[in-house]
Design a protein around this ligand. Sequence first.
Ligand code: C2E
Ligand code: MG
Ligand code: MG
Ligand code: MG
Length: 282
Amino acid sequence: QAKELGRDTYRFYTPGLNERASTLLLMEGALRQAVDQNNLVVYYQPQVELTSGRVVGVEALLRWRHPQQGMISPAEFIPLAEETGLIVSIGEWALLQACRQGCLWHQTGYAPLRVAVNISARQFRQSDLVAMVRRVLRETGFDGRHLELELTESLLMDDVDGAIATMTQLSQLGVRLSIDDFGTGYSSLAYLKRFPINYLKIDRSFVRDIMDDPNDAAIAATIIDLARNMNLHVIAEGIELEAQRVFLQQKGCRYGKGYLFSQPLPADQLTLLLARQPAERP
Ligand code: C2E
Ligand code: MG
Ligand code: MG
Ligand code: MG
């Protein structure tokens, strides 16, 4: 027994594991309940053109409305959903909501707003992912060309050939693909050129200190150049300050997201924000 191994071991080892296991179980139960009781909500964060501030797209971001604890961030429950496999049904639900909402926005005149949805590693490895996306597009009537799926580097590097095959099939649905949190994973540039992707998203950890840390500034500028040379669009994440926007724009980055423009919002609030945006040029 761990108890016999000494007090430190007992305290440090056994209860830690048990605690973690029971916390996981409790949270898993609560998360299942949240799904059943409609306590998951999709928020939308605008993605803007840096020069004009015009909203060109939105990213769908899940929130868990906990009856006691209030809003729980996906940073807390997505890893759990991933570990338990719940992400497969939750992810499909989120995609369905986002495509439905995208249709509504298109119908009310905000075409061609692009809707981005995050796909986790476990979802990406599902053999029926492509069929699921096709079904959701058909069911909602959303045009695949306005849907963007966000993938991470680590997910792609796991099985490069498999990933390319899946991405190719997704592209055939018209769906756009992006690499999220670019620069934080381990993608090899040699593979990058083989991936049928449309966008690179500069991770917000590089944007945060762009004005003070010359290394971060250099990394961001390099990603922007890389994207341009590979004919990819680049989107900077986590822009909070006007100075960051100006810097990124001057380096040639066309699109961005961040609190400077808007926090993620419930759909109805995003609709209000769209209504206020500058008129489309003829
Ligand atoms: P992500 O895809 O990289 O999303 C960007 C995160 O940055 C979001 O956090 C967003 O609220 C936050 N953010 C946006 N602008 C700013 C800013 O200016 N400053 C700062 N400090 N943060 C900003 P959020 O909503 O907490 O989501 C965290 C992560 O959870 C997402 O990271 C994504 O990986 C995951 N996630 C969210 N929804 C889903 C989903 O439906 N499916 C899957 N598989 N993952 C999801
Ligand atoms: Mg994302
Ligand atoms: Mg990101
Ligand atoms: Mg992420």
